[in-house]
Design a protein around this ligand. Structure first.
Ligand SMILES: Nc1ncnc2c1ncn2[C@@H]1O[C@H](COP(=O)(O)OP(=O)(O)OP(=O)(O)O)[C@@H](O)[C@H]1O
Length: 796
């Protein structure tokens, strides 16, 4: 038996031993789970038998509550144990299938011999509970595996740095308890495991990458120092993957202190949410909270307006260039995303502190209780050094007093009498109960007609004033919509607010007219939504969430300055991990060029901020990365992972009918080649619908994905460019890569994003005209130029 075979058989022997220990644990745990389950059922069944219920007097009541509480606690403790056991079982089942993926032999400085450390998705000790059979990939010592080749190596522990020598680094692929491959790094050239993983088919769900985390990704995952961690990385460099493993790491590192619901991931769209939703459960952790910024906007202001979404705005930007007002709106979109607008808003807030807040009269039964002018006068009579939200609270208190007076007066008004007479039996009883509780009324006192009547009148009035009181408490007496609108009503107004201190765009008057028009029609444009909400929060006082400790913002290049400010204010105690690629800025507001992540980094002190660049691209084959990196400036710095595939193809068709025939043939060929996810990517939704109509007949399995789509499923799909952001496909067909679709500088990043979605194959088509100018001659030389004839022959 040669050395390799001997190693292999020894390793398999160890896998067998570990798997048998895991099976033993599973068996034990299953037994325990069964016991806990039957205990839970018992407690639920006999809940009321074991509680003595007696409400006769205060002492009995207290005893009843104590006994109820005890039973409930017992039940919830059993439920917790059951939940934990279920989680543990899930992890053990995964370990049984593949107990570990790596091994390092590490000799600590001063130690005679090296210890063999096996890495898996979770730790496991032997039967004596003394030795680790498997170390969790997140344990301090495990970082050696990701950070060093064999040789001198060190790692950090809470007690300090440990120095030593890494004597062996071995990788395994174990499935169903059988070692399928095993190799030592330093012996093999290139990363075989990574090759195998990346060469596989794409999936409807993102996969965990723990077995093959790269050193620079490990820096992101284990970063604990910075309050703001910015990850700027090339397309497919593993930003999202690293972020998700980071969450798993943090949950491990701060177990007992940090829980999954204290971590929030902001993703670009609901489909992306579904795409990444299984990574953490795969790693045996609960999922963090996932949302989109748009969801939040809808939650906050979706009832008050017909709210435009980011994709509708982008669709407008991409398709309406010939419409009147287009240039002005685009200028408005860019302006409203900028720091200049944020400064204007600050000045406006200063102005509002002195004058200009718009109030709503408080009406009761159509008559004013306090009119808007009186409210305004009272507000501005208060000390101006008190912040607006605090002054508004003082106004609310003052108003509640006024309301009390009005309420008292109302009791003797004629309408109350009528209301009392109309009280139905149920309300009458309710009133009686409520008065009995408040005033110690008895049956006798309720027989006194006058008193009864007086109190029923009071009850009726109080009920009628309830909504008004709640409106006051919610500061509903300020007209926030009108206050935002005021900034646009007269273009000269904002000029006077800016007062030369901050810039206004040239098209300001047109921007104002468009905005007022939309608002009066009950609509809120996407570019106005966050600034409006920001103004609302500054006036009413920010609603903060202090329980969230980690905020992850994926596709951060598409957020505006306002959105960052907003998130920072909303989650004041949270650390932020922002992941983005400026070359993939696909939004309407950065079409004139981007100032990078400056708007975000400005919100944090430089010493609490760290930026990590990822330049190696893992998603696509070398041929695809070499092509796509030539589509953008600075692309020469992107390093492809060395995985070979076919060259991208460029096929020009003679007209649309021919285009559809060629694309259908291509899809057929890709399906025959075994590709599971194939995307025909169009620039817009409108174009996607046309493509879907035309291709659907020849490709019956074709599906159209639009913005409402909530889940990502494999198959053949037509998808608009911006929805494909963040996800990947085995093969990508660019439906129209001609200059008529992608030629403006603002479309370059869109084109780059589209092409970088491909893992194994990339095919570009043009029905007529020239190729997009972004495909330079150099880029063309990296492609197979297919004539119609060869394309047909190749495909069929
Ligand atoms: N260390 C790794 N091991 C295995 N696969 C990896 C690794 N890093 C990245 N990948 C794979 O590369 C692909 C791209 O990763 P991911 O989507 O995280 O990149 P990204 O930087 O967020 O991409 P984009 O910005 O283009 O959306 C995924 O299939 C991911 O599984």
């Amino acid at each position: 038996m040669n050395q390799t075979n001997q190693n292999w058989s020894l390793e398999q022997q160890r896998v067998d031993e570990v798997v048998s220990e895991i099976s033993r644990r599973i068996h034990l745990l299953e037994q325990e789970t069964l016991d806990t389950k039957s205990e839970m059922i018992d407690i639920r069944k006999n809940f009321w038998d074991d509680v003595t219920v007696n409400f006769d007097d205060a002492a009995e009541r207290a005893e009843t509550f104590a006994s109820l509480k005890q039973q409930a606690e017992l039940l919830s403790e059993r439920e917790r144990t059951h939940r934990q056991a279920a989680l543990q079982l899930r992890t053990l089942n995964k370990l049984q299938h593949s107990p570990y993926f790596g091994r390092i032999d590490y000799a600590e400085e001063g130690e005679q011999s090296a210890e063999a450390i096996y890495l898996g998705i979770s730790s496991l000790r032997d039967g004596s509970d003394e030795n680790y059979l498997i170390y969790d990939w997140r344990a301090p010592v495990s970082s050696l595996y990701y950070d060093y080749p064999p040789g001198p190596a060190q790692y950090e522990t809470p007690m300090g740095t440990i120095q030593g020598e890494l004597q062996l680094k071995r990788q395994y692929m174990i499935r169903e308890g059988v070692i399928l491959s095993l190799f030592d790094t330093g012996v093999t050239i290139g990363d075989e495991l990574l090759q195998a993983v990346l060469g596989g088919q794409s999936d409807a769900q993102m996969k965990s990458i723990v077995a093959t985390i790269q050193r620079e990704q490990n820096r992101i995952i284990r970063n604990e120092r910075s309050r703001l961690l910015v990850v700027q990385g090339a397309a497919g460099s593993g930003k999202t993957s690293a972020a998700l493993q980071r969450v798993a790491y943090l949950l491990y590192r701060y177990r007992g202190v940090l829980t999954a619901d204290q971590i929030v991931l902001f993703s670009p769209n609901p489909m992306f949410n579904s795409y990444v939703a299984t990574v953490l459960p795969e790693l045996g952790e609960e999922n963090m909270q996932q949302t989109t910024f748009q969801d939040y906007l809808v939650y906050r202001i979706g009832k008050a307006f017909k709210l435009e979404g980011p994709y509708a705005q982008l669709e407008y930007a991409l398709t309406n260039a010939d419409e009147p007002g287009y240039k002005a709106r685009m200028e408005g979109i860019r302006y409203k995303a900028s720091m200049n607008y944020a400064q204007l808003m600050e000045r406006y807030l200063v102005y509002l502190g002195e004058q200009g807040l718009i109030f709503r009269s408080l009406l009761f039964r159509g008559e004013s209780v306090v009119d808007a002018d009186t409210l305004k006068a009272y507000f501005y009579s208060l000390d101006h050094s008190i912040a607006i939200p605090n002054r508004l609270r003082l106004v609310a208190e003052w108003l509640l007093e006024k309301l009390k007076e009005r309420e008292q007066a109302a009791c003797s008004e004629a309408w109350v009498e009528k209301e009392v007479e109309l009280l139905d039996k149920e309300t009458y009883l309710k009133a009686f109960q409520s008065l009995k509780r408040q005033k110690g009324f008895t049956e006798e006192s309720f027989n006194d007609y006058d008193r009864e009547h007086r109190f029923l009148a009071k009850y009726v009035v109080a009920e009628k004033f309830k909504p008004l009181r709640s409106r006051i408490k919610k500061l509903g007496f300020i007209d926030l919509k009108a206050i935002y609108r005021q900034l646009f009503t007269d273009p000269a107004f904002a000029v006077s607010i800016a007062n030369g201190g901050c810039k206004l765009p040239a098209a300001w008057p047109e921007i104002c007219a468009g905005m007022v028009n939309r608002l009066d029609g009950g609509e809120m444009a996407y570019e106005d939504a966050t600034p409006f909400l920001y103004l609302v929060e500054r006036i009413r006082g920010f609603q903060t969430n202090t329980s969230v400790r980690h905020l992850l913002i994926d596709e951060a290049q598409d957020y505006t300055a306002f959105q960052f400010v907003f998130l920072k204010r909303m989650f004041p105690r949270s650390r932020v991990t922002a992941l983005g690629d400026l070359n993939q800025s696909i939004n309407a507001h950065t079409s004139g060029g981007s100032d990078g992540f400056a708007a975000l980094t400005e919100l944090f002190e430089p010493e609490e901020t760290e930026t990590i660049m990822l330049m190696r691209s893992y998603r696509s084959t070398r041929q695809i990365v070499e092509f796509t990196s030539r589509l953008i400036e600075g692309g020469d710095k992107i390093e492809p992972f060395n995985r070979d595939g076919l060259e991208p193809t460029l096929t020009s068709a003679a007209g649309e009918t021919e285009l559809h025939r060629l694309v259908s043939c291509r899809i057929e060929a890709l399906l025959s080649a075994g590709h599971g996810t194939i995307a025909v990517i169009c620039k817009t939704v409108s174009q996607s619908r046309i493509a879907y109509e035309a291709l659907g007949k020849a490709v019956p399995e074709l599906r159209l994905l639009e913005k409402e789509t909530e889940s990502f499923e494999p198959g053949v799909i037509v998808i608009p460019s911006y929805l494909a952001k963040g996800v990947e496909f085995d093969a990508v067909i660019v439906y129209d890569a001609s200059s008529s679709e992608y030629s403006r500088e603002s479309e370059r990043r869109l084109f780059y994003t589209v092409c970088t979605r491909a893992m194994h194959e990339l095919h570009l088509y043009a029905a007529e005209g020239e190729w997009s100018p972004f495909i330079t001659d150099e880029a063309k030389r990296l492609c197979a130029l297919e004539s119609q004839k060869t394309a047909t022959v190749n495909s069929v």
